[in-house]
Design a protein around this ligand. Structure first.
Ligand SMILES: *Cc1c(COP(=O)(O)O)cnc(C)c1O
Length: 260
């Protein structure tokens, strides 16, 4: 973000920070969502703090507040009317109806009141995976995430990186047979149909392509139990040990194919 913000400053650009998953995470002591000129949070059901659907716009440049209020309110200046700044409200710009309902907001408020408890539990879940899978990481069977010193995580997800794409795909199907839903995320934007249409890359995106082919997200949600995590860890360990332990060549080959 430091790098992006300095490029934006140099060329007089505005940065919209997609902090959809980043509520309550920090980078160099600064909350995610507060770094770009605008920041966006998601309260979609898959995130840490949820209202089913919906999100928030953080406006970090005061000059952008007025237009955001208008766009949120169907393109009208109704907020100005409520504040008594105009004697009637009317249509002044583009817009849509982005205001969440009272009921949805109350549901979200309950989650935000529990933000510390939710974060604490998510940290435990994360550390549980970390501890259980670290021995496999030390053997080179997979890589696990780490949080740099200057960052504070909200423990949104736990992913593993397998030595190659083939192992990732086979592990994913194996886990599915054990009724464990592990998914890969995301299809890199530059290879999506819309990404191809509206953007171009500077040079190759081989690192992105490589990581996305090897990444697997493990089940991660507030109510997951220790027993469920044990079950998941046991099956990952069983699968990878069988694949690599008596077959060091397979591991060397997998690693070679990704240049590691
Ligand atoms: C979830 C997510 C979104 C979409 O959020 P919505 O609330 O569904 O609009 C966008 N970007 C990232 C990085 C996300 O994780």
């Amino acid at each position: 973000m430091d790098c992006l913000m300095s490029i934006a400053e140099q060329y007089n650009l505005k940065v919209v920070e997609d902090a959809a998953q980043g509520v309550s995470s920090y980078y160099n002591g600064q909350a995610l969502g507060s770094i770009g000129h605008l920041g966006t949070y998601s309260f979609h059901e898959t995130k840490n703090y949820i209202s089913g659907e919906g999100g928030a716009l953080c406006i970090n440049d005061p000059e952008l507040i007025e237009r955001a209020e208008i766009i949120r309110d169907k393109g009208t200046n109704r907020q100005k009317f409520y504040r008594g700044e105009v004697d009637k409200y009317t249509w002044v710009d583009h817009g849509s109806s982005y205001v969440p309902s009272e009921i949805v907001s109350a549901f979200l408020y309950g989650q935000l009141e529990m933000i510390e408890g939710i974060s604490k539990r998510r940290k435990e879940i994360f550390q549980n995976y970390q501890q259980a899978l670290n021995p496999l990481a030390e053997k080179g069977y997979l890589q696990i995430p780490f949080t740099p010193e200057h960052c504070q995580s909200n423990y949104h997800m736990f992913y593993i990186l397998l030595p190659d794409g083939k192992t990732r795909d086979e592990l994913m199907f194996y886990l599915k047979d054990q009724e464990i839903t592990a998914v890969f995320h995301y299809v890199p934007l530059h290879s999506s149909p819309m990404g191809k249409k509206v953007s171009r890359t500077h040079g190759s995106m081989e690192v992105t392509d490589d990581i996305s082919s090897r990444l697997l997200r493990l089940p991660f949600y507030y109510e997951i139990t220790d027993a469920q995590q044990d079950y998941i860890q046991k099956h990952i360990k069983g699968f990878l040990t069988k694949r690599f332990k008596n077959n060091p060549n397979a591991l060397a080959e997998a690693s070679r194919s990704t240049g590691k």
